[in-house]
Design a protein around this ligand. Structure first.
Ligand SMILES: NC(=O)C1=CN([C@@H]2O[C@H](COP(=O)(O)OP(=O)(O)OC[C@H]3O[C@@H](n4cnc5c(N)ncnc54)[C@H](OP(=O)(O)O)[C@@H]3O)[C@@H](O)[C@H]2O)C=CC1
Ligand SMILES: CC(=O)C(=O)O
Ligand SMILES: [Mg+2]
Length: 782
């Protein structure tokens, strides 16, 4: 149910906070006077002199080895044409983001105001000392061919024009698989290529290297059939042009063709043309953002087709994001002096083979599919597949070594793979897993403060991301006005104002249920019904009665007021147990779960044990094994104070109740994370050899202070508070949370609803459930 993005959202995404998508972050301490003397003058002179003595030392003492320039002059930006260097900058920044998140490569995006190829080459050449590699991007043909050829000749670092070779590599991998599935031989296949630009001609060259025959190829550009007698062709187009002039157009050429390759412009191919192709045709319509033929039209035109586009919203996305991060990763890691044909072919085969292997669950989850498997709808790996890095980068690195362009060959390939996976960042992976898990079974989520702009934006986001079906509580008029003022499309979500007379009956029904629960706790029937005018009671009751699956509240209320209704209406999982609050911190070292940060001020050892066991259960919900440190200011009995003994005692109770849980303490936080000290001084500890991911604090003050310091000073993202111990998922947001934090909490709420409320799971069922039945406008739109 993922929705198309709106213009406003795209603009707001780029403009919000610090404009643009990137910043520079120092990698060394630079806080004290000493740090500064090392980072800059006088200390910095030492690496300068070492590099002066031997220029190769630049890789040892500077960021060059992991730094790629994404360079464009904005003359062929996506399929938008010559829009200029400034207008191309968002694409180049975006590419920087993809390099970073998929392969941990740092990027400076450089937009150059120069169309003259010779001058462009001179400018880029002069940048060589700064970078470990150069990714040329969105430079139009035929200039791009000359520019890349010259730079490859003149520079000793890898240079790749991604629109040419990235596209060629990915589409070639997809083509090999499609040909196999369609039982066609590349040598015999008849190709029609639409476009004679950077991408199209390079793709064709690579297909020829893989066995395609030029005599079986017909190329078309904006002026029609590309043949040797034409005088308007660039050098590369001339090389590949048909030797004979023929009176034929695209439609004529496509008759009986086996393969159509489109890298030109949108909507230039018709269903009739596809119908006229040979049996089992392959159609790659890769123009962005509009393909040469619409996916739906193409697949409706015949059953035996294999169809791919450059878009993420259809199967078989042939897009260069599958290549450039990993190709450069492999090239940088062996200090390759170029990206040569061998390396490109290695990437092609690695990608093609990867698509034939069974797909891990995390990929199925990420795409909300049950069983992605090699076949007509899956001929190329998916961009969110975490195996791409450990598959493509080593293949490229190996080919660089074997073809003699690697200056720093890799010795230990197993260690290299481990290093690559570390680069992916556990926190990124975790967020992807959470997103995927939530999307696999979206739930109905009540937002009690829907007359707040941040909540409305978050509700829109969770719906668009396919994470949840929002139910909005609040003043309907106010909500609509806010939505209108801020161009938020409410998609017709149910809007319920519990105070409205329209909901009299519902208030009575909920009030009676509530009265049964609280009648001996000092609440009268009249009061019970009246209390249902309060959105927190009403929302909690929706969850309690199964008319919704989870609830988010608290953005504008104090914690105690927000949590009370949930406790009274829904109650605890186990009446004897405590409830507790946990935070998930996404730190540079990976995710850290911290408790209790929000509910229990001074828990006893028994209560701490309860909290620890609840946290352990929740950590497993995140697909992680809890490795728990019970924190204090002393280590394993080094202090006899009651405070220190409290944590040792809590740990003993936990072990008694769950002997297999990895948990130890009392221990200081720094020791819990320092394997050397642990091994040397406390070899008996269960934490030796374990990456601690869960911290239990002796009291609320310590936990709360610690997570806030990590967040504010350490720059960690905080998700929480995640309320533990309630029968059904209700989470109380922090006062003033950002839209992103609310979204993250929605993921958490949906995931726990998946465990706790298995009743509603499919879109069909949601449409039938009470609030949607009532608001049948939504039922139509979901
Ligand atoms: N899916 C992917 O990963 C990628 C997709 N692309 C897409 O491919 C397209 C081309 O990009 P690129 O090669 O960099 O750009 P170029 O400007 O280098 O090439 C565009 C080519 O398309 C031709 N063309 C334009 N309109 C038509 C038409 N109506 N009929 C036939 N040919 C036409 C042009 O002809 P002429 O020269 O005569 O004007 C030119 O040969 C873009 O849409 C781009 O988004 C590009 C890279 C990667
Ligand atoms: C994907 C890409 O690089 C392009 O469309 O230009
Ligand atoms: Mg491009």
């Amino acid at each position: 149910m993922q929705k198309k993005l709106g213009r406003e959202q795209a603009l707001e995404y780029h403009a919000m906070g610090r404009p643009g998508k990137i910043e520079v972050i120092p990698t060394k301490e630079a806080k004290t006077q000493r740090d500064l003397s090392l980072a800059y003058s006088p200390g910095v002179a030492e690496p300068c002199l070492e590099i002066k003595k031997n220029v190769e030392n630049v890789y040892k003492y500077t960021a060059k080895g992991n730094l790629v320039a994404v360079i464009s002059n904005g003359t062929a930006v996506l399929g938008l044409g010559d829009i200029g260097p400034e207008a191309g900058k968002p694409v180049m920044e975006g590419k920087g983001v993809l390099f970073k998140i998929f392969a941990d490569i740092d990027v400076f995006d450089i937009e150059i105001n120069e169309k003259d190829p010779e001058k462009f080459v001179q400018i880029v050449k002069a940048l060589e000392p700064t970078f470990g590699g150069i990714n040329l991007e969105d430079i139009k043909a035929p200039e791009c061919f000359y520019i890349e050829k010259e730079l490859r000749k003149q520079l000793a670092i890898p240079v790749m024009h991604d629109d040419q070779h990235g596209t060629a590599i990915i589409s070639a991998a997809a083509l090999l698989n499609a040909l196999e599935l369609q039982k066609k031989k590349i040598e015999k296949a008849r190709f029609v290529v639409s476009g004679a630009g950077a991408a199209a001609l390079s793709c064709l060259k690579l297909y020829l290297a893989l066995g395609a025959k030029l005599e079986n190829v017909m190329i078309f550009d904006v002026n029609g059939f590309v043949h040797a007698e034409r005088t308007d062709l660039g050098e590369t187009a001339r090389e590949l042009a048909s030797p004979k002039k023929r009176d034929i157009n695209l439609a004529g050429a496509m008759k009986d063709a086996d393969v159509f390759i489109g890298l030109s412009a949108g909507n230039i191919v018709t269903a009739e043309m596809v119908k006229s192709m040979a049996k089992n045709p392959i159609v790659f319509a890769m123009a962005n953002p509009t393909p040469e033929i619409d996916y739906e039209i193409a697949i409706a035109s015949r059953k035996d087709i294999i169809m791919a586009t450059g878009r993420s919203d259809y199967p078989n996305q042939v897009n260069n994001v599958l290549g450039f991060p990993y190709i450069f990763r492999g090239a940088l890691d062996v200090r390759a002096s170029a990206i040569n044909e061998e390396m490109k072919l290695a990437a092609v085969h690695a990608l093609a083979e990867m698509a034939r292997k069974p797909v891990p669950d995390i990929v199925n989850l990420a795409y909300n599919e049950k069983n992605i498997a090699f076949g007509p709808d899956y001929i190329i790996p998916k961009p969110l597949d975490p195996r791409l890095l450990e598959t493509v980068a080593p293949a490229v690195a190996k080919a660089a070594i074997e073809s003699g362009v690697a200056k720093s060959p890799i010795q230990d390939w197993d260690a290299y793979k481990v290093e690559l996976n570390k680069r992916l960042g556990l926190d990124n992976q975790l967020m992807r897993v959470l997103g995927s898990k939530a999307r696999s079974q979206p739930k109905r989520l009540v937002f009690t403060e829907a007359d707040n702009l941040k909540i409305l934006k978050a509700a829109q986001l969770v719906f668009e991301e396919g994470v949840a079906y929002p139910i909005l509580l609040g003043d309907e008029k106010k909500i609509h006005q806010l939505a209108e003022e801020n161009q938020i499309d409410l998609e017709g979500f149910p809007i319920i104002d519990p105070k409205d007379k329209e909901f009299n009956e519902k208030r009575i029904q909920y009030g009676e249920i509530f009265f049964k629960k609280r009648q001996r706790k000092g609440v009268s029937k009249y009061e019970s019904i009246k209390m249902m005018r309060d959105r927190n009671y009403f929302g909690s009751m929706m969850v309690e009665t199964g008319e919704a699956d989870a609830m988010l509240s608290g953005l504008t209320r104090n914690y105690a007021d927000a949590i009370r209704p949930a406790l009274q209406v829904i109650g605890k999982e186990d009446s004897a147990q405590k409830i507790a609050g946990m935070y998930l911190l996404l730190t540079k070292k990976g995710p850290l779960f911290m408790a209790d940060t929000t509910v229990n001020f001074n828990p006893t050892a028994e209560e701490l044990a309860d909290i620890t066991l609840m946290v352990a259960k929740e950590v497993r919900n995140f697909n992680l094994t809890p490795k728990i440190a019970m924190l204090s200011y002393s280590n394993f009995g080094s202090s006899a104070s009651p405070e220190a003994q409290l944590m040792a005692k809590a740990r003993a109770i936990v072990k008694e109740r769950n002997p297999s849980l990895i948990v130890d303490g009392e221990v200081q936080a720094n020791i819990a994370f320092n394997q050397d000290i642990l091994k040397d001084n406390y070899p008996f500890s269960e934490l030796v050899g374990q990456d601690v991911n869960t911290l239990i604090f002796p009291n609320l003050a310590a936990g709360n202070i610690a997570y806030n310091i990590l967040k504010e000073v350490g720059g960690a993202d905080a998700i929480g508070p995640i309320l533990l111990g309630l029968k059904k998922p209700v989470h109380i947001l922090q006062l003033g949370s950002s839209v992103r934090s609310i979204f993250n909490m929605a993921l958490v709420a949906v995931i726990s609803a998946q465990q706790k409320c298995k009743n509603i799971s499919t879109e069909e069922e949601v449409k039938k459930s009470p609030w949607w039945k009532k608001f049948n406008k939504v039922a139509r739109e979901i």
